[in-house]
Design a protein around this ligand. Structure first.
Ligand code: SF4
Length: 306
């Protein structure tokens, strides 16, 4: 099948992306005039709903019933797609609880050139849902903080059941494992990475815990142990870390000239555009006005910095 390259223009150069394989090619020797920069962030995450049937202590999603309107989301997606975004990541809450979730994924693949991913606890994905999602999603991120008793203490769901769900998930598309790293999960990293590799994951995303409600963020000593773990890891998985925590790690970022809102933005379940999902405030988006909200948010952040 012929590749379907999507082009993106940025200070980093000309970026070609094939969503079916996840292959990126950056022509960084191509100087792109600022007037031609793609206006949308490279990647956008959208919290479709705040609903979730789990109660993880580290959860930062607001405990509200907010949920986005399907038609509004599709309108935003076409605006983002037309302005150079490469991918959308659906989240929540738990995105598989969103009423039109499968339709939305299928629509996005059919009507846009965006790569579709979503983050899930995985416990609603059975054979029937896997069948309906196949072809409508390019990558799935599954939350798995530790293994066995560690996982069960945090998620209050059976670890054995999660492993069964992962077999359905891997039949849909490529997938990765997300781990919230804290004092409790750090000792499980070796085993969790081994389980992830055994079951066919291709990525292991480390998310150092951020402070939320009565839960503290990751302490300096644990962060240092995490750095040592990363340096010593020699397994087959690609290790990733969220941008907010990346500074003290040795990372490979070919798109370092494309930072902040050029690289990433988040839309919460009440339709507010934010620099990332941990922020409490942002700019409300009006119908089909993601770029207008983005300009306003860029302006607000610049003012804050001066
Ligand atoms: S599964 Fe995710 S959204 Fe649900 S409570 Fe846990 S962290 Fe929050």
């Amino acid at each position: 099948m012929a590749r379907q390259w999507k082009q993106r223009f940025s200070p980093a150069g000309l970026h070609l992306f094939d969503r079916s394989t996840g292959l990126n090619i950056l022509l960084d020797e191509v100087p792109v005039p600022a007037a031609l920069y793609s206006r949308a962030p490279r990647q956008i995450s959208i919290a479709l709903t705040n609903r979730c049937d789990l109660t993880c202590a580290h959860c930062y999603a607001p405990k509200s019933r907010d949920e986005l309107d399907y038609d509004v989301v599709t309108c935003w997606l076409s605006e983002l797609d037309g302005n150079g975004a490469l991918g959308v990541g659906f989240g929540g809450g738990e995105p598989t609880l969103y009423r039109n979730f499968v339709d939305l994924c299928q629509y996005t693949v059919r009507a846009t050139r965006l790569s579709v991913s979503f983050t899930t606890h995985g416990h609603h994905i059975d054979e029937a849902l896997a069948d309906r999602l196949r072809g409508g999603v390019h990558f799935i991120r599954v939350s798995m903080d530790g293994i066995g008793a560690t996982y069960e203490a945090i998620r209050r769901r059976s670890f054995r059941e999660l492993l069964a769900r992962l077999k359905f998930i891997r039949s849909i598309c490529r997938f990765g494992i997300n781990v919230v790293v804290n004092e409790r999960t750090l000792p499980d990293l070796d085993k969790a990475a081994a389980v992830a590799a055994d079951i066919g994951a291709c990525e292991f995303l480390l998310l150092p815990q951020v402070p939320v409600r009565d839960q503290p963020g990751l302490g300096d000593r644990t962060l240092q142990k995490l750095r040592h773990w990363v340096e010593a890891y020699s397994g087959p998985l690609k290790l990733c870390i969220n941008e907010a925590s990346a500074d003290s790690f040795s990372t490979c970022d070919p798109l370092s000239k494309e930072r902040g809102l050029r690289a990433y933005a988040h839309i919460d379940a009440s339709g507010v555009l934010k620099p990332d999902s941990y922020q409490a405030t942002g700019v409300p988006i009006l119908k089909c006005g993601v770029l207008r909200a983005l300009d306003q948010l860029t302006h607000n952040l610049a003012e804050k910095d001066t």
